[in-house]
Design a protein around this ligand. Structure first.
Ligand SMILES: Cc1cc2nc3c(=O)[nH]c(=O)nc-3n(C[C@H](O)[C@H](O)[C@H](O)COP(=O)(O)OP(=O)(O)OC[C@H]3O[C@@H](n4cnc5c(N)ncnc54)[C@H](O)[C@@H]3O)c2cc1C
Length: 479
């Protein structure tokens, strides 16, 4: 059996047919990105819309549904699979959990009840380099399945209509409403009208045009050995980023490991890439590597208990933003890609932006504001970190330079660690001030002067210009 076939069977064994279907769909969808939407007639002027908001995609962004219903809107959620069914495990910091409480959807006690583990520290560790501990970053493991099940229940209590097994195929916007056509699993196709489509289809959205992508596979694993070694698990420590080798075949693979419930650890393998360089089938290929190389990363008799996987889009801020194709479609979550292009922490960024996004949508529908500028909040620091992510997405294929990215990351994290925990943590939490970011860049370049060559080797002069202009703009704003 080939490595991808073997990987598919191992995912099926642990996650069942439903998860294998999701995995294959995500992989196939990468090959269909240019397929034109199904033709459908646009509603006439003055047409009645059945819903104010249709949310296409009931993953993490499902949390918006009850918030929009609370703002007096008629809301429906459609998902091609099951609404509120997470095939994820999420790590976040205290700020994100507080943001969830501040939405008013959950009490502090309810959110605390969804925390499955807390860590004293996190580690970033580079092959051939050092280990750099940090505190106050991604230090809570969160029960994603229970959060989304609770969000679905809250939505239903507020009268939100929920449709499982409905895949959005295409849409046509009229002056006052948008028509949406759905393929219905086990049913006849269906057309629905709304005043606004909120596109929450994640990386599968045709409008998810971010220039970077992070293919990620792994899941909850049991049987890993506990102990003090780098290749063992310490229950009070999360591996935020770790490498076990250099660049191979033009890719720098990175591991993460977060202990969860007793005896379980969420382990992921991912890489940064340009979106245009990642073909269909990449998740299954990456799973093949995950199973083959896991023993090199962590010791023990590993067994996959719950698979988690996905493509997470990232926007470098060096080119056009993923944006709505018109005034009746708003992008949220991964489709909008306003989270960090460096950490790809879409759960944290969505949690922090939830209230802002719900208010922006409600205001737009009350006629008070346009959605043209987007409905998801963005953090100033991304104007700086995007270019770093782009550099990591395009490593050299020259075998003599296979250690280059580890060396660069080691210099960068050595600098961050030397700047102190507040500065180090603030970068990973998307909170670093632009002036501190410049200090970080300067200090890294004194430690590794070759970084100038790395920059000019990865970015075009125009991109370097846009990077500088973005940082200058944020410095000006932060005065
Ligand atoms: C393995 C993994 C681990 C992660 N861990 C973390 C973490 O620890 N911390 C963190 O901050 N972030 C993490 N993330 C990122 C986070 O999960 C995403 O950013 C977040 O889920 C994006 O939310 P979303 O609503 O945009 O999309 P998703 O949650 O991906 O939901 C998209 C939904 O759209 C549905 N859909 C797709 N196409 C259609 C269609 N045509 N019609 C209808 N429905 C459709 C899908 O079935 C799915 O339910 C992780 C991501 C992955 C892949």
């Amino acid at each position: 059996m080939s490595a991808p076939d073997d990987a598919r069977e191992r995912v099926r064994e642990a996650g069942g047919d439903e998860l294998v279907e999701r995995l294959l769909h995500l992989d196939a969808a990468r090959g269909e990105r240019s397929r034109p939407p199904a033709p459908i007639a646009a509603p006439d002027r003055g047409a009645h819309a059945e819903y104010d908001v249709v949310l296409a995609g009931g993953g993490l962004s499902l949390l918006l549904a009850p918030l929009l219903a609370d703002r007096g809107l008629r809301v429906a959620v459609f998902d091609r699979a099951r609404v509120g069914f997470a095939h994820r495990e999420w790590n976040a910091g205290a700020r994100e959990l507080t943001a969830l409480v501040e939405t008013g959807l959950f009490t502090r006690a309810e959110i605390d009840g969804l925390i499955v583990a807390r860590y004293a520290q996190g580690i970033c560790r580079w092959h051939g380099g050092g280990s750099y501990p940090v505190t106050g970053v991604l230090d809570h493991a969160f029960d994603a399945g229970a959060l989304l099940a609770a969000a679905r229940a809250r939505a239903e209590q507020r009268g939100v209509a929920i449709f499982d097994g409905h895949a959005l195929l295409g849409e046509a916007a009229g002056p006052d409403a948008i028509a949406l056509s759905f393929h219905v699993v086990d049913g006849a196709p269906r057309v629905v009208t709304a005043r606004l489509l909120v596109d929450a289809r994640g990386a599968s959205s045709p409008y998810a045009t971010a220039d970077l992508i992070c293919p990620t596979v792994g899941g909850v694993v049991s049987g890993l050995e506990e102990g003090p070694g780098d290749d063992q698990i310490q229950r009070d420590t999360g591996d935020i980023l770790a490498t076990t080798e250099g660049i191979e075949d033009g890719v720098q693979h990175i591991w993460e490991a977060f202990p969860g419930r007793s005896g379980e650890v969420a382990v992921y393998l991912f890489y940064y890439a340009r979106s245009s360089d990642v073909p269909a089938g990449s998740l299954l290929d990456l799973y093949g590597r995950f199973f083959a190389r896991l023993p090199r990363y962590k010791r023990g008799a590993a067994r996959l208990v719950r698979p988690t996987f996905g493509y997470i889009p990232g926007w470098s801020r060096l080119g056009p933003a993923p944006s709505s194709p018109g005034p009746r479609i708003a992008l949220v979550g991964d489709a909008a890609a306003r989270h960090s292009p460096l950490t790809f922490c879409g759960f944290g960024a969505t949690a922090r932006s939830l209230r802002h996004t719900a208010n922006a949508i409600a205001e737009a529908l009350s006629g008070g504001a346009s959605i043209a500028g987007g409905v998801v909040s963005d953090d100033a620091i991304h104007a700086g970190t995007g270019a770093l992510a782009r550099m990591m997405a395009t490593p050299s294929r020259d075998p003599r330079r296979k250690g280059e990215l580890n060396d660069l990351l080691d210099a960068a994290f050595h600098t961050l660690h030397a700047m102190g925990n507040d500065a180090y943590a603030s970068l990973l939490r998307d909170e670093m001030a632009p002036a501190d970011f410049l200090r970080f860049l300067y200090s890294t370049s004194t430690l590794r002067p070759r970084v100038y060559r790395d920059v000019w080797g990865s970015l075009s002069p125009g991109e370097v210009g846009r990077w500088g202009a973005g940082i200058a703009r944020e410095l000006w704003r932060a005065r």
